[in-house]
Ligand binder design. Structure first.
Ligand code: HEM
Length: 406
């Protein structure tokens, strides 16, 4: 499969996933209680995460960008990959080096046993996960107005293939067996991502194009990051449950725990991080479902992403893909993106996919006739994902130095 095809597939993954409720872009008032968070009950401040960013690192990156240190930072970070690699304090601007020294570590409440189980769970269910993140999470992101506008008008928006490849590095590292262990990479990847977000908070408000459409003055608040979590991790959990994929209670808890750690490392305050899946789904119902709406930026991104998949060499026709998007995300999203109908594919997916899952999960003794077709598809997606990110050409996460030029 050519590289472009794999990237296209991954891009689609980075951008899709939703069950389709919701109209309108206004974010309802925050009423999710911090008693459902991982912070001790009653310790939440009641603050709305919409007004919470990441003050310390935002200030550090603002000063670094204004001092023209972007290239120095990217050069210093290039070979810093594994959790146990030394932090390049000698070549980074001192205050950033100090900040990394304080932050590249697990939170005190992280439970290594759960994280190991989460990694194992990811390995056991990876084909489903890649498929849901892949066909689901990506398109969903194009229907989240703030995310679509930020992504579109930031530097990376001009090259969606590259951006998606980098975004998938995050998912891959999180799902890696040793993600949080010394030989893993997640602590480094998450912290690099956090400083990229901090840089975007400084740069994007300088874009006249973003300012003309944005409904916020500073992007990527704690609230926005939680919304993205719900379009990825929470969505995966929802679909696995819906499809009857076998998961033990310990698996579910461990998978959530890996995301709790990820959110913490991305700078989300503990008082906003859901403690249970029930609390996460309740938060998603409040923060994600009501805001899904198409925007010119999101439509454009979705077209780019879906167009790229035409190059995927999996025997996947655009009609079949459109219908799988519709199957995962619902009519509202598919109609908003004007996805053309392919009723034959729709009928095949409607009966074939549930049978495929039942057989794979051991609930159906006889192999359904369409098994190999779905199996090839899902394996192709997983392999595309794995090949891309286990190859030495993995794209580095870099601090942007500008916005999309227009
Ligand atoms: C960059 C992951 C939330 C907007 C990145 C990168 C990763 C990432 C890995 C670096 C890739 C790159 O350099 O392009 C995540 C994860 C999130 C999250 C895991 C939450 C769970 C958000 C949200 C927004 C956002 C909520 C906006 C509302 C951006 C932008 C960039 C970026 C604009 C920079 C792209 C550029 O280089 O221009 N994110 N992100 N992200 N993210 Fe996020």
């Amino acid at each position: 499969m050519p590289e472009l095809s794999r990237r296209g597939l991954l891009t689609l993954g980075a951008a899709m996933g939703f069950s389709g409720v919701a109209l309108g872009a206004a974010s309802p008032a925050w009423s999710w209680s911090s008693s459902g968070s991982i912070a001790a009950v009653g310790t939440g401040t009641g603050t709305d995460p919409q007004w919470v960013w990441d003050d310390e690192i935002d200030g550090i990156m603002k000063r670094a960008i204004e001092a023209g240190q972007t290239r120095q930072i990217n050069d210093a970070m290039r070979n810093w990959v594994n959790n146990n690699d030394p932090i390049p304090v000698d070549t980074l601007p001192p205050e950033l080096g100090t900040w990394f020294t304080q932050h590249v570590k697990l939170p005190p409440w992280a439970d290594m046993n759960k994280l190991k189980l989460a990694a194992d769970f990811n390995r056991r269910k990876d084909m489903y996960m890649f498929f849901i993140y892949g066909i689901g999470g990506g398109i969903m992101s194009t229907m989240i107005p703030r995310e679509a506008r930020s992504v579109y008008w930031s530097k990376g928006g001009a090259d969606m293939q590259d951006r998606a490849a980098k975004t998938f590095t995050f998912g891959y590292d999180l799902g890696d067996l040793k993600a949080m262990e010394p030989q893993g990479q997640f602590l480094v990847t998450a912290n690099k991502t956090r400083i990229v977000h901090a840089s975007v908070r400084h740069l994007l408000p300088q874009s006249p194009y973003w300012r003309a459409v944005a409904d916020e003055t500073i992007p990527i608040s704690n609230h926005d990051i939680l919304v993205t979590f719900h379009s990825t991790g929470t969505f995966v959990h929802k679909k696995l449950k819906e499809w009857g994929v076998r998961m033990s209670a310990a698996d579910e808890e461990a998978f959530l725990h890996s995301w709790q750690v990820a959110l913490h490392l991305l700078g989300v305050r503990d008082e906003f991080i859901p403690a249970t899946w029930a609390a996460a789904h309740a938060q998603a119902a409040q923060t994600l479902d009501p805001i899904m709406v198409s925007t010119p930026e999101g439509k454009d991104l979705a077209e780019v992403l879906l167009g790229l998949t035409a190059q995927i060499d999996l025997g996947l026709t655009r009609g079949f893909l459109n219908e799988f998007v519709r199957y995962q995300l619902g009519d509202y999203v598919a109609d908003s993106l004007s996805l053309k109908r392919d009723y034959a594919s729709a009928a095949l997916i409607k009966t074939g996919w549930p049978a495929y899952i039942r057989y794979r999960e051991g609930f159906l003794p006889i192999m359904p006739a369409t098994f190999w077709m779905f199996d090839q598809l899902i394996e192709g997606v997983a392999m595309a994902f794995l090949n891309r990110f286990t190859s030495p050409t993995t794209t580095a996460i870099e601090v942007p130095d500008m916005n999309r030029p227009g």
